[in-house]
Design a protein around this ligand. Structure first.
Ligand SMILES: [Ca+2]
Ligand SMILES: [Ca+2]
Ligand SMILES: [Ca+2]
Length: 274
């Protein structure tokens, strides 16, 4: 058992879904710029094509998420605010996947975008908010194309600490998604918050954010990450309407997380974007 406690993975209400002119992405793989957008953490590695990374602002509060960083298995320039014009928006870089992400996905991964950083604990918990979305939804839910997002405490080889509101890992097959409006994404989670406790104030910790395609390098998935912060007590995220949500027991989270290995997958052919 890891020494820290995973306190909760909870959903926040979807708000302002019809707002326009919201998400504005600036493509960058600059460690210092990405670190600043996460509130001043020390980025130690940025792995992937430069176009897989950026910062974003969200002037109208689309989906309830604040400003932050964006990672994609495609080109982040395609995930600004705007109409959903394609069911299969896709950029294939043909770069490698990542072992921790492949373990979550249960399949070979490709086009991994990895952001690793260190932070000095300012309180006993750290938290962040995110929205994960994909072009794989809904056509390839239940398939081998199980694109994945993870946040690995300890860095490479660390423990995934991020889940949806039903404590499922963030993959196409397991995370709860619906059809949002506002960007090119065909499907997305609601705004989710991850809270990890058990930190010692002043100690340095590592975290890796990673996203990857699974099964092949096509049909993008994208994650928007915001509001990396330190808290104490029970953090309920940025939306006060979430205060009554139950907080799962840490042992329950770990049990359900490892249950993913039991999922079955099947393969089917699909058309690549030309
Ligand atoms: Ca790709
Ligand atoms: Ca689309
Ligand atoms: Ca994909």
């Amino acid at each position: 058992m890891k020494r820290f406690l995973m306190l909760s993975a909870m959903a926040l209400a979807l708000t302002a879904a019809s707002e326009a002119g919201a998400i504005s992405i600036t493509q960058t793989n600059s460690a210092s710029v990405l670190g600043a957008a996460l509130g001043g953490v020390t980025v130690t590695a940025v792995s992937g094509d430069a176009n897989q990374f950026g910062t974003f602002t969200n002037s109208s509060g689309l989906w309830g998420i604040g400003n932050g960083v964006v990672l994609s298995t495609g080109d982040v320039n395609h995930y600004n605010d705007g109409p959903n014009t394609l069911v299969n928006n896709s950029t294939a870089y043909g770069t490698s996947g990542q072992a921790d992400l492949a373990s979550l996905a249960g399949n070979t991964t490709y086009d991994a975008a990895l952001l690793l950083f260190d932070f000095v604990a300012g309180d006993t918990q750290f938290s962040f908010d995110f929205v994960f979305g994909s072009e794989e939804y809904p056509e390839y839910v239940g398939s081998q194309f199980n694109d994945v997002f993870g946040a690995f405490f300890g860095g490479v080889g660390g423990t995934n600490v991020t889940y949806d509101q039903f404590v499922n890992p963030i993959t196409i097959n397991s995370a709860w998604m619906s059809s949002p409006t506002g960007t090119e994404l065909d499907g997305a989670t609601v705004l989710l918050s991850t809270v990890v406790g058990g930190l010692t104030v002043g100690n340095t910790y590592s975290l890796m954010f990673g996203i990857a395609d699974a099964g092949d390098a096509y049909w993008d998935s994208t994650v928007y990450i915001s509001n990396f912060r330190f808290t104490s007590g029970q953090d309920v995220g940025t939306n006060p309407t979430n205060q009554n949500n139950p907080v799962p027991e840490p042992s329950t989270i770990i049990l359900l997380g490892t249950g993913l290995a039991g999922l079955g997958y099947y393969a089917r052919k699909r058309q690549k974007k030309s």
